[in-house]
Design a protein around this ligand. Structure first.
Ligand SMILES: NC(=O)c1ccc[n+]([C@@H]2O[C@H](COP(=O)([O-])OP(=O)(O)OC[C@H]3O[C@@H](n4cnc5c(N)ncnc54)[C@H](OP(=O)(O)O)[C@@H]3O)[C@@H](O)[C@H]2O)c1
Length: 262
């Protein structure tokens, strides 16, 4: 195992879900953290908790990954502190809407493309040169099984995650000859704020997504990210697909149906 104690991990989208659980998992192992997100209060409260509970160094940057200038500002600030992230978890992302393509909202599409694809690129372009210059680092992209198979009404979300898959492969090719590693972790159905965001805050619709089966939990993904990040330096896990046991593909999800009361 490759210890991450005393290293620096940059995790985008750490205010909830996978990013939040991963930051906590890394802090438990003594890793210093750079956490980001747009919700200031959540981010600052979490910064305080990580620092108090685990005694690790924490830097919090509140910004939108869709804003290139703010991504660059964060990278410049890190450079001015002489901090090169050892691990970058490109996690910030979302699904917005679930509609047939001819009924989709352009605003939803722009949000997903700008966050999941362009945001990931902005962060990567800002941070990766520092890793390459040091000839050491690990980029962990959060893709999705939605980037392996298209499902009805997934259209633009699917397209963004197919793009993440392509970029993950491309980053790996372009890093050949360096010690910088790159992995895409691609989860199936996981219970986070993801569905609430997808259905524009509709809690009932969001809850239905997880009815009748045990979905992946944020901590499951955090454990997997931790495993990848702590693999020995000569080991490059390039892609990892994980489903809940009840789900075997985007099309096969076994739900226990409640028996009707007699
Ligand atoms: N849950 C699933 O079933 C599932 C399955 C496969 C893949 N994924 C992927 O996993 C990643 C994390 O999702 P999650 O399930 O953990 O959902 P989540 O609980 O909604 O967390 C998403 C995180 O991304 C941040 N974020 C979203 N848009 C952002 C923006 N424009 N700028 C900065 N931060 C932004 C959010 O923070 P703020 O709101 O504070 O900005 C939040 O911290 C996403 O890339 C998602 O596509 C999820």
């Amino acid at each position: 195992m490759n210890s991450i104690r005393g290293k620096w991990a940059l995790i985008t989208g750490a205010t909830s879900g996978f990013g939040h659980a991963t930051a906590e998992r890394f802090a438990q192992a003594g890793c210093n953290l750079i956490i980001t997100g747009r919700r200031t209060e959540k981010l600052e409260a979490f910064e305080h908790v990580l620092n108090e509970k685990y005694g690790v160094k924490v830097l919090a940057y509140c910004f939108d990954v869709r804003n290139l200038n703010q991504c660059v500002e964060m990278a410049n600030d890190l450079a001015s502190r002489e901090i090169v992230p050892d691990i970058l978890v490109n996690n910030a992302g979302l699904a917005s809407g679930k509609d047939k393509i001819h009924e989709g909202l352009i605003g939803d599409w722009e949000k997903m493309i700008d966050t999941n694809v362009k945001g990931l690129l902005y962060i990567t372009r800002s941070i990766l040169p520092m890793m390459v210059a040091r000839n050491d680092g690990h980029v962990i992209n959060i893709g999705s099984v939605a980037g392996h198979i298209v499902y009805p009404e997934g259209n633009v979300y699917n397209a963004t995650k197919f793009a993440v898959k392509a970029l993950n492969e491309a980053i790996n090719l372009d890093l050949a000859g360096t010690n910088v590693r790159c992995c895409s972790i691609d989860p199936g159905a996981a219970e986070t704020e993801f569905s609430k965001v997808r259905f524009h805050g509709d809690e009932d619709k969001a809850q239905k997504v997880y009815e009748g089966f045990k979905p992946l939990q944020a901590e499951d993904i955090a454990d997997i990210i931790f495993y990848v990040a702590t693999s020995p330096p000569h080991v490059n896990i390039t892609n990892l697909v994980v489903y809940p046991t009840a789900q075997r593909s985007a099309y096969v999800l076994h739900r226990e149906v409640k028996k009707e009361e007699e």
